[in-house]
Structures are given as structure tokens and as C-alpha cells.
Design a protein around this ligand. Structure first.
Ligand code: BDR
Ligand code: CA
Length: 311
């Protein structure tokens, strides 16, 4: 199994990504979950992360709190999408499992130093603050990372928080810049992929039909999350952005993309946080990321439903 650290700001779609990972021990070994401020402030994301681990029957999972604000910028949150708690929809019990004492950034650094080089994959599902701070504080770790598989950015789909930028990158563009320039092997799930992973009515029914607390909670989370995308964009269902990251670890064949150069805009107010993706390879700049463009959505939902049934 691939050893991973999930860095997250739950978020209903983050929650589903975590559940998918915890349901797949043959392929994925989750070493820890690190929370970051993003969809909602840190005190809620770390709580939600613990709630999701308990829902998965894993109160033994280590959850760490990380950075409570982006580098050099005010925090922008997304309660308009995820609700006041960040995880609106199901009624889940307050978590009782502890939050770890260590800072998430130190956990990331220590793990990458203690495990053999090239064996730990980072899975950021929110703003890249924790990862960037770790890379800055410990410049030796970027080359020890096996791969960074992250959800963020867009090319053809452009933006969802501003006309030019996707939420995770927009919240902390400076952090994103550090990660994209780090030299670590990067795989990116942009909106171009995640807007094809839509929870339509039959897919939602399939979660509910599992007849388990997890199936019901996921159906209720996607019901809540769906309202926003349907009303705002007229889309056919909630996009399951973050689970694309953990699905990729299990079934990389469900995704296709290009190895290209991606730069992050950090100067312009108008296009702040834009992922300038050289899809047509016109810049001559060296490729730094595997930028995904397509997904087998039916295969993805079949995998997700089958795995959630195991919890
Ligand atoms: C990303 O932003 C968050 O709202 C979601 O959890 C996802 O990580 C999509 O732009
Ligand atoms: Ca997220």
C-alpha cells in the first residue's frame, strides 16, 4: 500500500476523499490527516476531519492541526458552498478522538524524514499552506516526497471562486507557487476533471442504497453540497472534487492528462491564483506537473460506491 498524508479542509468532498482512502487499505495506508484553514476556519476543519475518521470507524487515526491562515493574505472561506460547519448535511456526533499535540507542519516534516525517501505521497485537498510551510522550513524534504497528488486549479474550466481562479489555489497562491516550484513530482486534479465527477441523482441513490451510516452520511453530504452547484451553475449534481485525488491512488487508469508546465499567478488582482497551465506546450518552460484533463466518471463512481460499502 502507498503511504500517504491527507492534508485537508473538510468540506463534504474532502470527507468523501478521506472515507475512500480509509476504505482502501490494500492500496492506501493513511499515516495521518493534517488540517488546514480553507473551506472554513481551522478549528472547524480539524474537528470535521476527526468526525470523518470516527464515521469511518477509525478513531485511532492521527489528526493534526496546521496553519490557520494563508501566507501573507487574509483567509477566504466558502461557507456559501459547504455550510456554516463546513460539513453541513448529515447530523454527525461531536468527535471524541483527540487532536494530536504536534503541529501538522512538523508531522509532515518528521514523517518525510523518518520514512525512506520516495515512499510518502502527500495528498493536499485544500489550500497548500501546510505543504508550503513544510517545504520552506525543511528544504530537504521536497526531494524525499514520492508524489504530491493535489486537487486545485483549472484550465478550460477556468475558475470557481473568481473568474480566473479555483478556490484552493486562490486562497493561498503564494503557497501554491512554492509547491509548484518545489521540484517534487506533482499530479494535479483541476476543475476540468472534477466538474466531470458529478453526483447525479442515480449516483446519490446508490450511496443511500448502501443502507449504512457511511452511505447515508455521504448521500446527505452530497445532497447539501449539490444545492449550491445546481442553483449557481445549473450543473447536474455536486462535483466530487477531492475524491479524485484518492481515487487516482487506487485507479490511476481512470484519469488522463498531460505532463506540462503550470505556473501560479501571485501578482495580478484580476487573475490572482490562476493556474497558468501550458496545455498546448507553447511556452518552452519545463514541465512541472501531470495536469489531468479527463476522468472515466462511471468507473470513478463504481469504485467509490464499492469502497464506501466496505466501511
Ligand atoms: C475545492 O475547493 C473546496 O471548496 C473543495 O473542498 C475543493 O477542495 C474545489 O475548488
Ligand atoms: Ca477541499
Amino acid at each position: 500500500a502507498r503511504k500517504i498524508i491527507i492534508d485537508t479542509d473538510p468540506g463534504q468532498d474532502d470527507a468523501v476523499a478521506i472515507l475512500l482512502a480509509l476504505a482502501s487499505p490494500d492500496e492506501i495506508e493513511v499515516l495521518g490527516v493534517t488540517a488546514v484553514a480553507g473551506n472554513v476556519p481551522l478549528h472547524l476543519t480539524e474537528r470535521n476531519a476527526r468526525m470523518v475518521c470516527e464515521l469511518a470507524g477509525r478513531p485511532d487515526m492521527r489528526v493534526f492541526a496546521g496553519c490557520d491562515r494563508p501566507l501573507g493574505r487574509e483567509l477566504v472561506t466558502a461557507e456559501h458552498v459547504h455550510g456554516k460547519s463546513g460539513l453541513d448535511g448529515p447530523t454527525l456526533p461531536e468527535p471524541t478522538m483527540p487532536l494530536q499535540d504536534d503541529h501538522a507542519v512538523d508531522f509532515i516534516i518528521d514523517t518525510l524524514r523518518n520514512e525512506p525517501p520516495g515512499t510518502v505521497t502527500l495528498c493536499p485537498l485544500g489550500p497548500l499552506t501546510n505543504i508550503a510551510v513544510a517545504f520552506e522550513k525543511a528544504p530537504d524534504i521536497a526531494e524525499r516526497v514520492a508524489e504530491v497528488v493535489l486537487m486545485g486549479g483549472a484550465y478550460f474550466e477556468v475558475g470557481n471562486i473568481t473568474p480566473a481562479a479555483e478556490f484552493n489555489i486562490y486562497v493561498d497562491p503564494q503557497a501554491a507557487k512554492i509547491v509548484f516550484k518545489s521540484g517534487a513530482r506533482l499530479t494535479v486534479m483541476p476543475l476540468d476533471v472534477t466538474h466531470k465527477a458529478l453526483v447525479t441523482k442515480p449516483r446519490n441513490d446508490a450511496f443511500r442504497a448502501l443502507g449504512t451510516p457511511v452511505g447515508m452520511a455521504v448521500a446527505q453530504m452530497t445532497d447539501f453540497f449539490e444545492r449550491f452547484d445546481r442553483e449557481k451553475y445549473g450543473s447536474a449534481g455536486a462535483p466530487l472534487h477531492d475524491p479524485c485525488v484518492t481515487a487516482y491512488l487506487i485507479r490511476p487508469d481512470l484519469f488522463s492528462g498531460r505532463h506540462i508546465n503550470v505556473e501560479i499567478e501571485t501578482q495580478s488582482d484580476l487573475t490572482m491564483g490562476m493556474t497558468v497551465a501550458d496545455w498546448w506546450r507553447v511556452s518552452g518552460r519545463a514541465p512541472n506537473a501531470m495536469f489531468m484533463g479527463d476522468i472515466d466518471a462511471d468507473g470513478f463512481f463504481a469504485l467509490l460506491t464499492e469502497r464506501l460499502a466496505r466501511l
